[in-house]
Design a protein around this ligand. Structure first.
Ligand SMILES: *Cc1c(COP(=O)(O)O)cnc(C)c1O
Ligand code: SF4
Length: 449
């Protein structure tokens, strides 16, 4: 097969035309068609040719990550869509049913939209989030899609065009103005979607004004991306590759630190030569690559695999950063790993790697009050407990204070846990509720945790 570094997208409309799909049983293709009506998917020729092991389909983890699976929808939803398709329903009828199902899949995990939108002179800054003191998230309007959609991704409302659920930003000017008046912010994190779907020119339109604004308090520019793994040609042979790498270099030359927050879910993503070459090219610009991934059932719920992944990352010059707990949205029931099991997997992997890999932190839930790390299971005065702490908190003072929940082997998220020792509330909850009461942006008061 000719290796092609020209981008070709595959989605619901054309996935049956992927040459390797010819060998996949029809029942699996039908499942993709059904679930794909509700949960968007998109992938590309690099993923198809280099990352998926077609001999191992349907179990191959990269196949599961890129193509919707039957188990990602509850059976009654699956049956409804399958019935409509089999009965020859019109596309409009199928779409209507799919939209209705999507709204039931908690598209606003952990208060994302409602609680963190900053304001400037009374005006809401829609394309930004400011939750933790040091870091502002910025959603460039040009970067609200990805080369491939990960099936666990909480950003799927953005991809299906449910427009009122989207974050998007019109301009970088307001970001600069916000940073000028908020000198506590040291980091801007470009996120999306995947900002590196943008052309180098568009990305420069966002980054250069930040550099030109000469903000002494701004130190770190971060870009969250999956491109190293899913489209490494961005850093090797695309039309704008040279401009992109020059832009990366420029960040360093202007005295700022550039960090790529790279997303790798499985060690096999680090094998293809183009991925390794791309990592190398990025590192040569002076940017540092930090790696993160959620822990996902069916994909990477095995300590040996994390051990291998962190080891390969350090070998390639990357810095392991976060292991996340899968979020409470979309197909979470399919990917969820209970918190106690997540801690066991983290611990077993962590025990087996050297200190160079132990820059990683986790398992961490990005929940409403903050990023909460599960420290482990313990017994205190005869009561079995789960110990946790904040890595990031809505109130910075909450960070690194150990707190305890009643042991619960099945819980998959913070809001399923109860405080230990017969206490009524976790130490942060009163303050969190007060924050919500004072925050006029509240639209989802029910997701107090
Ligand atoms: C994770 C996250 C950040 C960055 O946190 P670090 O621990 O500094 O990497 C910033 N804002 C939000 C909303 C986040 O979820
Ligand atoms: S690359 Fe990131 S933003 Fe894009 S689909 Fe995957 S997890 Fe979501």
């Amino acid at each position: 097969m000719a290796d092609s570094n020209r981008y070709k997208a595959y989605s619901l409309a054309n996935f049956r035309g992927i040459p390797q799909m010819a060998g996949v049983p029809e029942a699996i293709k039908f499942d993709i068609e059904v679930v794909g009506q509700v949960l968007p998917f998109k992938t590309n020729n690099f993923v198809v040719e280099h990352l998926i092991d077609w001999a191992d389909v349907p179990d191959d983890p990269l196949f599961v990550l890129n193509f919707p699976q039957r188990g990602m929808l509850p059976p009654h939803h699956y049956d409804e869509i399958a019935g409509l398709i089999k009965g020859g329903a019109s596309p409009a009828t199928v779409r209507e049913a799919a939209d209705r199902i999507r709204l039931q899949l908690n598209p606003h995990p952990a208060g994302q939209i409602s609680h963190n939108i900053p304001t400037l002179e009374g005006e809401a800054l829609d394309g930004m989030q400011h939750k933790y003191r040091e870091t502002v998230l910025f959603f460039p309007s040009q970067g609200q899609t990805c080369h491939a959609y990960c099936s666990f991704c909480f950003r799927w409302p953005q991809f299906v065009g449910m427009s009122e659920l989207k974050f998007a930003s019109r301009e970088v000017d307001r970001l600069v103005a916000y940073l000028q008046t908020h000198p506590q912010v040291t980091d801007v994190l470009f996120t999306g979607g995947d900002p590196l779907i943008m052309s180098a020119r568009h990305l420069a339109d966002y980054i250069e004004p930040l550099l030109d604004a000469d903000l002494p308090s701004l130190r770190h520019i971060r870009i969250g991306t999956k491109a190293l793994s899913y489209w490494p040609y961005k850093f090797l042979s695309d039309d704008d590759t040279d401009d992109l790498l020059a832009l990366f270099r420029k960040v360093g030359e202007r005295g700022k630190h550039l960090a790529l927050m790279a997303h790798f879910n499985h060690p096999s993503e680090l094998e293809p030569a183009p991925v390794r070459d791309a990592i190398d090219r990025v590192r040569q610009t002076g940017a540092v690559i930090r790696t993160q991934s959620p822990l996902l059932r069916h994909i990477n719920d095995d300590p040996a695999l994390w051990q291998e992944m962190w080891g390969r990352q350090v070998l390639l010059g990357c810095v392991p950063y976060y292991m996340f707990v899968a979020r409470d949205t979309g197909a979470q029931h399919y990917f969820a790993v209970p918190l106690v099991r997540a801690w066991e997997i983290f611990r077993e992997a962590y025990q087996r790697v050297s200190g160079l890999c132990r820059t990683v932190r986790g398992p961490s839930m990005s929940a409403n009050p903050g990023k909460v790390q599960v420290l482990g299971v313990s017994e205190v005065r005869g009561e079995k407990v789960i110990e946790m702490r904040f890595i990031q908190g809505r109130n910075p003072d909450w960070v690194h204070r150990p707190f305890f929940a009643r042991y619960d082997e099945a819980a998959t998220w913070l809001n399923e846990l109860k405080p230990a020792f017969g206490e009524a509330r976790f130490f942060y909850q009163d303050e969190l509720e007060q924050f919500y009461r004072e925050n006029i942006e509240i639209r989802h008061a029910e997701d107090y945790e």
